[in-house]
Design a protein around this ligand. Structure first.
Ligand code: DGJ
Length: 727
C-alpha cells in the first residue's frame, strides 16, 4: 500500500512486513527516512538529526546555516558534486563540462498496477501492484530524473527504476545512473556477496562493513561467474531465522556495480546499477535513458524469509514461463557424454536409453552445426552439419519424438568463430577496435549485438532453426567475457554506449523469439552460471547453474544461488562419475538428490549405466515427477550452511500450506566415532503432526525443536530424503 501525505510530502510504501518511507523536505531534497519492519507510518523525518559536521558543506540557499548538509542526510537518490561526498547515484556532463547534479523534488504520480520498462526486463503483474513515480530535477542542467517504485505488498517487494530525461537544449553525457540508492541509518551491518569463478559460482562471502566503500562488480559484459548482481546488507547477528536483512537484486545481465559505503557518521549507503566503467550515454535534447530495474526485499526475520519472498516473486511475477502451471520436462543432455563427437545414431542411442527411464526431453548440445567438430570453428554458421546428422533435423527430430520425447537444441547466438562463413563474410560484425587484434576467449570472438543488422541476421538464423523442426527447448549459451569492446557502428564519442547496447540487443532478440514462439522453453547459460541474474530470468525461466556438475561442489553453488533465485530457475543435472570437473565419485543416489533440487535432468550416456543404476534413475525421475510441485513451487528452507564444512548439508521444500515437506540431506566426509546427531527441521506447522516416509506421527514443533535422528553414515557423501505429510 502506498500512502502519500501530499501536504507534508511524505511517501510511505507499506508491504506485508515492511515499511519504506521518504520525504521531500523544505528545500525539496528527497530524504530517505525509513526502511525496515512494518510500522504504522506518520512522518518519520523526526528520526533525522541535523548538526554541523566539519568539511560537510551546506547548500547555497541556506545562507550561513551550517546544520544542514547533503553530506550527512540520508538521501533517496544521491546527488553528485554538490556537497554529498558519498557514492553518487548519478553523474552527467552538459556541454560546459560540469559534472554536477543537484536533484530536487518536483512532483509525484501514483498509478495502480506495475510500470514496465521499454526494452528491459521488469517484474510484471496486475492490480496487486501499485506504482509511485517521483520526479526530481537538476534545474541548471534541465535534467529530469524519474524515480519509479513498484510495490508488491504480499511479497514485501519494492522494485525501483530510474529514467533520466534531457529537458534542456544542450547535449548531455550521462556517465553514471544507478538503479538503486539506499541510505540505511543503522549500525553494525554486514555486506554479503556471491562470488567465484567459472565452475565455482556464487560462493557466499560475508564481512562487516568497514569505513569506506566495499564493492563487487562486473566489467566482463555479462553479470559474470565472478560476482552476482544480488547482494545483502544485514545485521551482524542476522541468520536464517533472525535479524534484519535487505536483499537487492539488479535485473541486468551486463556490467554492474554493487557498492556499499560505511560513511563518516557510521551510516550506510548501498548503490546498485549499471557499472559506470566504460559507460557514457549521449542524451540529445528530449532524449531519455532508462536504468535497469532493481528489486528490494527487506526481511525482519532473517535470510530464509527474504529468500522465500524473492523466490515467490521471481516465480510468479518475473519469469514468463511458457509452461506456467505445467510441469517442465525432465531432460537428458548429451554434452558431458559426447562433447563434439557424435552423430545421429549416437544421439538416438542416448535418447533410446533415456526414454524408458522416464526422461522426457532430449537436448542436443554443442557440435551439431557448421564445421563445429571442436571449439575452434563453426560458431555463427547455424546450419546443420550433414556429416554428423545426414538427414538434418527433419530426420533426427521425428526419431526422437517417436521415442516419446520432445527435442531441444543448443545455440550460442552471440558468438562467432574466425573459422566460419559468417566471420569471413562480416569480420566487422565482431567487437574489436581498428588496428588492434582482438583477444580470443575459448578461441572465439563476440558478435556486436549493439548492431541492428547483426541482431537481425542472428534472429533470422534462430528462426530458421526453430521453424525447421519440432523444437520445444533452446539452451542459449554464451562462452566468453567481452573484451575489445568497440563497435564499428558507433562513432568515436559513442563507444561508451556499446556495453549497454549489447545487453539491450541480447534482450531484444530474446524478446522477439519469445513472442514468436510463446511455447518455447529457453534455458539460459553462460559457461554454466556466468549470466545467472534476475534480468535473464525474465526471458529464460531456467539457467544452467554451473558447468560444475559435481554433486558436492553443487551443494555450495546451489546454496549460494538459493539466496535470491528459486529452485525452478536452477538448471541442475546428474552426470557421470568420476566427475569431469573434480574427478570425484559420488553415488547415483546422492547425485540425484542434489540435481532434483533444481530443474532436474541427466547429462551422461545412460546406456553405460549398470542395471541397478538404471533402476535408481527410473525411481528418481518418478519421484521427482510425483513431488514436482512441492520441489519447484514449495517454500525453500536452508537447514545448514555448506560453507561451514559441517557434517552434512540439508535443505527442505515445504508446501505453502505446510501439509507436505521433502527434507534432503547429504553427509560430508565420513569420520570414525561420529557423534549421534539430529537434524532440526524448519518451516513445518508446529500444530500439525507429520508422518515421515509413511511412518508414525510426529508433531511439527517436536520435529523442528528436537529434530530427526540421523543415521550413521559409513561412507563419504551419502544422502537421505524424508518425505513428510500431515496426518
Ligand atoms: C558451456 C555450457 O555450460 C555447457 O553445458 C556446454 O553447453 C558447452 N558450453 C558447450 O560448448
Amino acid at each position: 500500500m502506498i500512502v502519500v501525505d501530499s501536504e507534508n510530502r511524505v511517501f510511505t510504501l507499506h508491504t506485508q512486513n515492511t515499511t519504506y518511507q521518504m520525504k521531500a523536505d523544505r528545500y525539496n531534497v528527497l530524504l530517505h527516512t525509513w526502511y525496515g519492519p512494518r510500522i504504522s507510518g506518520g512522518d518519520l523525518s523526526y528520526l533525522i538529526q541535523y548538526a554541523d559536521r566539519g568539511f560537510s558543506p551546506n547548500p547555497n540557499e541556506l545562507g550561513n546555516e551550517r546544520d544542514y548538509s547533503l553530506d550527512t542526510l540520508p538521501q533517496e537518490y544521491s546527488t553528485c558534486g554538490v556537497g554529498d561526498f558519498r557514492l553518487p547515484s548519478i553523474e552527467f556532463e552538459p556541454e560546459d563540462g560540469s559534472r554536477l547534479a543537484d536533484l530536487r523534488y518536483v512532483e509525484h504520480e501514483l498509478r495502480r498496477g506495475k510500470y514496465s520498462l521499454e526494452g528491459l526486463p521488469a517484474f510484471w503483474g496486475g492490480d496487486e501492484w501499485e506504482t509511485l513515480i517521483i520526479r526530481m530535477e537538476d534545474a541548471s542542467a534541465k535534467m529530469l530524473v524519474e524515480l519509479y517504485y513498484g510495490v508488491l505488498e504480499a511479497r514485501d517487494l519494492i522494485t525501483r527504476a530510474v529514467r533520466v530525461i534531457n529537458r534542456g537544449e544542450q547535449t548531455v553525457q550521462l556517465r553514471r545512473c544507478a538503479s538503486l540508492c539506499l541510505d540505511v541509518q543503522r549500525e553494525g551491518l554486514d555486506f554479503i556477496t556471491f562470488d567465484g569463478c567459472h565452475a565455482l559460482e556464487r560462493n557466499l562471502n560475508r564481512s562487516p562493513l568497514r569505513p569506506g566503500v566495499q564493492s563487487v562488480e562486473s566489467v566482463r559484459g555479462t553479470s559474470s561467474h565472478h560476482h552476482n548482481p544480488f547482494v545483502i546488507l544485514c545485521d551482524h547477528s542476522a541468520d536464517e531465522d533472525h535479524g534484519l536483512c535487505y536483499g537487492a537484486a539488479l535485473l541486468y545481465s551486463g556490467n554492474f556495480l554493487a557498492a556499499a559505503e560505511r560513511t563518516q557518521l557510521e551510516n550506510n549507503r548501498l548503490l546498485l546499477g549499471v557499472n559506470p566503467y566504460h559507460f557514457c550515454w549521449t542524451l540529445f535534447p528530449g532524449e531519455s535513458f532508462t536504468a535497469p530495474e532493481a528489486a528490494l526485499i527487506c526481511s525482519p526475520g532473517g535470510f530464509g524469509q527474504m529468500s522465500r519472498q524473492f523466490h515467490r516473486a521471481i516465480r510468479d511475477n518475473l519469469i514468463r514461463d511458457p509452461g506456467a502451471g505445467k510441469r517442465r520436462p525432465v531432460l537428458i543432455n548429451n554434452w558431458e557424454a559426447t562433447e563434439f563427437t557424435f552423430n545421429a545414431e549416437k544421439l538416438v542411442d542416448i535418447a533410446r536409453s533415456a526414454a524408458p527411464l522416464g526422461l522426457e526431453l532430449f537436448v542436443m548440445d554443442d557440435g551439431w552445426f557448421g564445421t563445429r567438430d571442436t571449439d575452434l570453428s563453426g560458431l555463427g554458421d547455424w546450419i546443420v552439419n550433414r556429416k554428423k546428422l545426414p538427414g538434418g533435423l527433419e530426420a533426427l527430430v521425428p526419431r526422437i519424438r517417436e521415442l516419446g520425447m520432445s527435442f531441444g537444441i543448443w545455440v550460442e547466438p552471440e558468438m562467432v568463430s574466425e573459422n566460419s562463413a559468417l566471420y569471413r563474410a562480416h569480420p566487422d560484425w565482431a567487437l574489436g577496435a581498428p588496428r588492434r587484434p582482438q583477444s580470443r576467449g575459448r578461441s572465439q570472438l563476440v558478435l556486436d549485438f549493439s548492431r541492428k543488422e547483426v541482431r537481425e541476421h542472428i534472429y533470422r538464423a534462430m528462426k530458421d532453426i526453430l521453424d525447421s523442426a519440432d523444437i520445444s527447448y533452446v539452451k542459449w549459451d554464451m562462452n566468453r567475457s567481452l573484451s575489445d569492446v568497440w563497435s564499428a557502428a558507433a562513432s568515436a564519442d559513442r563507444q561508451g554506449e556499446v556495453f549497454h547496447r549489447y545487453v539491450l540487443g541480447v534482450y531484444e532478440v530474446l524478446e522477439r523469439l519469445r513472442r514468436d514462439y510463446p511455447q518455447l522453453l529457453i534455458e539460459g547459460c553462460s559457461g554454466g552460471g556466468g549470466r545467472f541474474d534476475a534480468g535473464m530470468l525474465y526471458y529464460t525461466p531456467q539457467i544452467w547453474c554451473s558447468d560444475n556438475t559435481d554433486a558436492i561442489d553443487r551443494l555450495r553453488i546451489q546454496y549460494g544461488t538459493s539466496f535470491c533465485y528459486p529452485v525452478s530457475a536452477m538448471g541442475s543435472h546428474v552426470s557421470a562419475v568420476p566427475n569431469a570437473q573434480t574427478g570425484r565419485s559420488v553415488s547415483i543416489e546422492t547425485r540425484g538428490v542434489v540435481a532434483m533440487s533444481g530443474t532436474f535432468g541427466y547429462e551422461m550416456d545412460l546406456g553405460r549405466c549398470t542395471p541397478e543404476e538404471r533402476e535408481t534413475i527410473k525411481r528418481q525421475t518418478a519421484f521427482f515427477k510425483a513431488h514436482y510441485d512441492l520441489i519447484q513451487n514449495g517454500d525453500y528452507y536452508r537447514l545448514s550452511d555448506p560453507f561451514q564444512d559441517g557434517p552434512y548439508t540439508a535443505w527442505a521444500h515445504v508446501s505453502p500450506n505446510k501439509r507436505e515437506a521433502l527434507v534432503c540431506l547429504v553427509s560430508g566426509a565420513v569420520r570414525a566415532a561420529s557423534p549421534f546427531r539430529t537434524l532440526p527441521l524448519r518451516g513445518l506447522d508446529p500444530a500439525l503432526a507429520y508422518q515421515v516416509n509413511g511412518q508414525g506421527s510426529w508433531p511439527g514443533d517436536v520435529l523442528m525443536e528436537a529434530g530427526w535422528p540421523l543415521p550413521m553414515f559409513w561412507d563419504d557423501y551419502q544422502s537421505m530424503q524424508l518425505y513428510l505429510t500431515a496426518v
